[in-house]
Design a protein around this ligand. Structure first.
Ligand code: SAJ
Length: 400
């Protein structure tokens, strides 16, 4: 069996490497020549624990090679990004161009699988495209959708152990796609149709977004009501059927803050809760920035000098070095626009940053008058609560 991956990013590359580890021949395709060259040297261009070794092994043993051109294979996987265009509308043009790249190489008996997060109907749309361009293949190839659902930082483990939802355009396609995933997945493979599988991925992340929005809404209410939101949630969660998530500085990353819009843009009237959750979580970051600015102003009025403000954390969630789509970074940028000089920016998971001058977290905590915790990194939890400082604990660092 030969397997071809189109897209060698955060999901495509680890999946390709794991398949190659099984002794299956893998051809990886990426539009970026640099990415292709890096992989062919047995190196990687992204950060993910353990990945470097698996890629190196696959390349050295000759099971994994990359190229900018698509080729013939038995199984073709589309694992490219689906960004936004215009006003938060999903852009499936990468999925389409990857499909077009595979088109001339498709043969009878091939399996074509889309993993990219996609709006409902994308797989059927790509099937239509394939059968319009290659009508002789109608009924002779297998087409399915199977979303990835791995957590960044734990990708290698989750790719193998998580359950997968697999939806074909017909039952034969579902079965064929399952055969492929059986080669490396130890979790259960659940069968459905393509539209349900597409919606399932969007539902998983929208559900998490809505639950975080509930926690963030509680944080607004508790701030006004003079209640410690962390204590409140802990107590409410003592109920056997209540499980509230944690408020924070907002929702970041490339999935949870993005995927709900794939539903909202296609079904705006039906998805009011999902859309409102997005608004609440976006507003949370703005609210944290405003709270920090007010604290700085109050300090200046009271003490007759500008405060030193520590901004603790820039990553999009605790204990990672990923700053993309990070609410903490947005807050830091927003707060620092209004004032000059008196900031200490902290991110213990990165060495340096092109825009922010970084300070060690202990030093920043010691020197600052105002300390805004934007991410609950483990390092911050080792700090003693200091009554003399103005502490804005947006991330629950000091929750009991
Ligand atoms: N967050 C909170 N409060 C919480 C939990 C998270 O504010 O109680 C925030 C985080 O700080 C972060 C954001 O939400 O800013 C997202 O973090 P996350 O850990 O919930 O998720 P991601 O984006 O790292 O990965 C998610 C996962 N989806 C779910 O847990 C439903 C992952 O399994 C998916 O594979 C991934 O999205 C994806 O690729 O879609």
């Amino acid at each position: 069996m030969k397997v071809q991956f189109l897209g060698l990013g955060y999901i495509g590359l680890p999946t390709a490497a794991i398949v190659a580890q099984k002794g299956i021949t893998v051809h990886g395709v990426d539009v970026n020549q640099k990415v292709v060259d890096t992989i062919n040297r047995g190196e990687i261009h992204i950060i993910e624990p353990g990945l470097a070794d698996v890629v190196k092994e696959g390349v050295e043993k000759g099971f994994f090679e990359a190229s900018v051109n698509a080729n013939i294979a038995d199984v073709h996987l589309i694992v490219v990004p689906t960004p936004f265009k215009g006003h938060q509308e999903p852009d499936i043009s990468f999925v389409e161009s990857a499909t077009r790249a595979v088109l001339p190489h498709l043969k009878e008996g091939n399996t074509f699988i889309i993993e990219s997060t996609s709006p409902v109907g994308t797989t059927e749309q790509m099937a239509k495209l394939i059968f319009t361009e290659r009508p002789e293949l109608e009924g002779k190839i297998y087409i399915a959708y199977c979303p990835e659902r791995v957590l960044p930082g734990n990708v290698l483990h989750e790719l193998i152990h998580n359950d997968r939802v697999i939806g074909g355009i017909d039952e034969a396609s579902t079965e064929k796609a399952k055969e492929f995933y059986q080669t490396f997945v130890q979790g259960t493979l659940h069968s459905t149709n393509a539209r349900t599988a597409e919606m399932c991925k969007l539902t998983e992340n929208s559900s998490r977004d809505a639950q975080i929005a509930f926690a963030n809404e509680l944080s607004f209410i508790c701030d006004k009501a003079g209640i410690n939101v962390w204590e409140l949630i802990e107590l409410a969660n003592k109920h056997p059927r209540v499980n509230i998530l944690q408020p924070g500085a907002g929702v970041g990353g490339h999935c949870i803050a993005v995927d709900p819009y794939f539903i909202v843009s296609d079904y705006p009237r039906e998805s009011r809760l999902i859309g409102t959750a997005r608004e609440i979580n976006n507003y949370k970051a703005f609210w944290c920035a405003e709270k920090t600015k007010s604290a700085m102003l109050e300090f200046q009025l009271k003490h007759g000098r500008k405060p030193k403000t520590a901004l603790m954390g820039l990553a999009f969630k605790p204990n990672i070095d990923d700053l993309r789509e990070s609410p903490a970074k947005y807050i830091a940028q927003k707060v620092m626009q209004s004032e000059q000089n008196n900031f200490l920016v902290v991110e213990p998971n990165i060495e340096e940053h092109s825009v922010f001058k970084l300070t060690n977290y202990n030093e920043a905590y010691e020197q600052a008058d105002i300390v805004a915790f934007l991410v609950a990194h483990d390092e911050f939890k080792t700090l003693e609560y200091n009554e003399e400082k103005i502490i804005l604990d947006f991330a629950g660092v000091f929750k009991k």
